[in-house]
Design a protein around this ligand. Structure first.
Ligand SMILES: NC(=O)c1ccc[n+]([C@@H]2O[C@H](COP(=O)([O-])OP(=O)(O)OC[C@H]3O[C@@H](n4cnc5c(N)ncnc54)[C@H](OP(=O)(O)O)[C@@H]3O)[C@@H](O)[C@H]2O)c1
Length: 256
């Protein structure tokens, strides 16, 4: 029986990814800060899918929070086969006006926690010769994002890190995949302040559809999964335009 750890499993894409992995037969370890929501999901997964579900409450914007996860896994003697680094946050606004604490939390969560958890769990996967890493980035990875500069840069890191890791692990049999969603229905739009933007009112995908594409792409060991033809078209066209043009365009969409 394989075990998958999903960060940010209390809502949105992470919750749906946990359901997908459980439906595929994996035991799951659910990580986020909201204990009650994680416990409800664990109960639902045990009942519906008949697999094991363990809850670990942790604030991944702190180094201690990330390191506690490894400690709790050791205490419960749980080996992780697949790590899903999904937890993430965004914040709309000018860099010089948003609080530095909020933007530092974003880097801790979107970049440092993902990197630290991967470093903690990967040696065990390599030793056992199975499993892998599914990182949740964003189509924001493909260009700069004025009025959300730290978020876009953090997602460019996720894509670059995942691709580098994939090459490093090419001979190990491990799967390494980056899921790059576009606008998706979840708490993210409201929490980041992006809910008022046209890109969220005009065209969003359900978290379930995005998670299913990510799960299947990871299972098939695809390098990058961009769910939805509109998102794929956007990323492809970005590749044909000069970077000064794409950042201007995103700036206009995000109110600069
Ligand atoms: N929704 C979109 O349009 C969209 C588009 C592209 C990419 N993404 C990416 O998709 C991923 C999932 O986002 P989502 O849309 O599903 O948003 P969401 O519903 O807001 O989920 C975010 C998850 O991250 C967890 N989280 C936030 N801060 C945390 C912290 N400090 N420590 C531990 N967990 C924390 C939240 O749980 P707690 O609050 O319980 O801690 C929640 O489970 C993110 O990486 C996001 O950047 C989303």
């Amino acid at each position: 029986m394989a075990t998958t750890l999903i960060t940010g499993a209390s809502s949105g894409i992470g919750k749906e990814l946990a359901i997908q992995f459980a439906a595929g037969g994996d035991d799951v370890v659910l990580v986020a800060r909201s204990e009650a929501r994680l416990n409800d999901l664990a109960d639902q997964i045990r009942e519906d899918q008949g697999v094991g579900a363990t809850v670990i409450c942790s604030d991944l914007a702190t180094t201690d929070g990330v390191d506690q996860i490894s400690q709790q896994l050791r205490e419960h003697a749980i080996d992780i086969d697949t790590l899903v680094n999904n937890a993430g946050m965004g914040a709309l606004g000018k860099f010089a006006e948003l609080s530095i604490d909020r933007q530092t939390d974003m880097l801790m969560l979107n970049v440092v926690a993902l990197t630290r958890l991967t470093r903690a769990l990967l040696p065990g996967m390599i030793q056992r010769g199975r499993g892998g890493v599914l990182n949740v980035g964003s189509i924001a990875a493909y260009q700069a994002g004025p009025n959300m500069s730290v978020y876009y840069a953090s997602k460019a890191y996720v894509l670059s890190f995942t691709e580098g890791l994939r090459e490093e692990l090419a001979d190990t049999g491990l799967h390494v995949t980056c899921l790059e969603p576009g606008p998706t229905e979840s708490s993210f739009a409201e929490d980041s302040g992006m809910g008022k933007l046209d890109m969220f009112s005009s065209s969003t995908m359900s978290a379930q559809t995005v998670a299913k594409a990510g799960y299947e792409g990871y299972r098939d060991n695809q390098d990058v999964v961009i769910p939805g033809w509109k998102n794929r078209l956007m990323v492809t066209s970005t590749g044909f335009l000069p970077r000064f043009a794409t950042r201007k365009l995103v700036g206009k969409l995000q109110g600069v």
